[in-house]
Design a protein around this ligand. Structure first.
Ligand SMILES: Nc1ncnc2c1ncn2[C@@H]1O[C@H](COP(=O)(O)OP(=O)(O)OP(=O)(O)O)[C@@H](O)[C@H]1O
Ligand SMILES: [Mg+2]
Length: 292
């Protein structure tokens, strides 16, 4: 077989689509390699926050969205799973450190700040040590962070994904009963192209794409009030027109978001009346409506 045919993007190495020519036996054999979809005990709704491109603000969005959901639906219990094994950000963003305690049934207790339960590889390894693991070990670590944790009771679990559409993303999308995926992007063409790839991956595994968050959409100069579209303009709107994916919100590029994130004080809790918080709360309302 020609090499280009072997690596054709139309091939379906994970058996996501099954060919009409396959026999039942062949389908069963292919499904054997796929992760089984299992709920997490005591967790009602799971949503993942993903992006095709790195550094577009997934973790910042996850944290602020989790806090905005908790603010908009005060009775709900919210948690965050940091699925970024190689570069966990949640400990810093949520100002959490230390090792999780073990419960009587040998499960890890999530660490809690601002009322949100969190679990991250960053709690289990030293901040400076590099994880040098291959795919299977990463997958096994994620399974543990998902299922050997005392999450219950939880109404919303937000999964902060690593960037891209690789093994980890696909496994999570296939092994968890996700209510949906939120895609984060900047308005740049290069980021938007990756969003399309992300959306395609979720559609292939039948996970509804709840919408796109356009992060760093505009920079408003704090001195003169002029708007600057540093990463381009109307990118998400174009994407939305082309794909039908809803824009959940546009988060401005703002020094305070960055500063407060670094200090472990997400803007939604640190500045609850700011315009940035209003954007995250508006996104939260849409997510609650779409995924409930
Ligand atoms: N709206 C914003 N305004 C200003 N800075 C922001 C904004 N959103 C994110 N940042 C900053 O951009 C950097 C990247 O954000 P973040 O870590 O959330 O991205 P990410 O997509 O999770 O990255 P990775 O792909 O590495 O996981 C951080 O320093 C963060 O504070
Ligand atoms: Mg991140």
């Amino acid at each position: 077989m020609c090499i280009c045919r072997r690596f054709s993007t139309h091939e379906d190495p994970f058996g996501v689509r099954s060919s009409p020519k396959q026999t039942d036996h062949q389908r069963q054999m292919m499904a054997k390699g796929l992760p089984k979809q299992r709920p997490i005990e005591g967790v009602k709704n799971i949503i993942c926050v993903a992006s095709g491109k790195g550094g577009v603000g997934k973790s910042t969005t996850t944290v602020n969205l989790a806090l905005a959901i908790a603010a908009e639906d005060p009775k709900s219990k919210v948690g965050i799973l940091d699925a970024d094994i190689y570069g966990p950000s949640i400990p810093k963003l949520m100002n959490l450190s230390g090792e999780p305690e073990l419960s009587a049934d040998n499960k890890m207790e999530p660490l809690v700040n601002y009322g949100v339960k969190c679990m991250s590889m960053g709690f289990l390894v030293d901040e400076t040590s590099a994880i040098v693991w291959r795919g299977l070990m990463v997958m096994s670590a994620i399974e543990k962070l998902l299922r050997q944790v005392n999450w219950a009771p939880l109404d919303w679990l937000l999964v902060d994904m690593p960037p891209g559409t690789g093994d980890v993303q696909l496994s999570i999308a296939q092994s968890l009963p996700l209510k949906g995926a939120i895609l984060v992007t900047t308005p740049q063409d290069i980021a938007l192209a990756d969003v399309r790839r992300g959306a395609t991956m979720f559609q292939k595994v039948h996970v509804p794409v709840l919408g796109v968050v356009e992060n760093m959409s505009v920079f408003v100069c704090p001195n003169c009030g002029t708007s600057h579209h540093i990463f381009g303009q109307k990118g998400a709107q174009k994407l939305s027109r082309e794909t039908g994916i809803e824009i959940l919100g546009e988060v401005p590029l703002d020094g305070r978001v960055c500063e407060l994130s670094d200090a472990g004080q997400p803007i939604v809790v640190a500045e609850p009346n700011s315009s940035q918080t209003a954007v995250f709360k508006s996104i939260a309302r849409k997510v609650l409506e779409k995924a409930s």
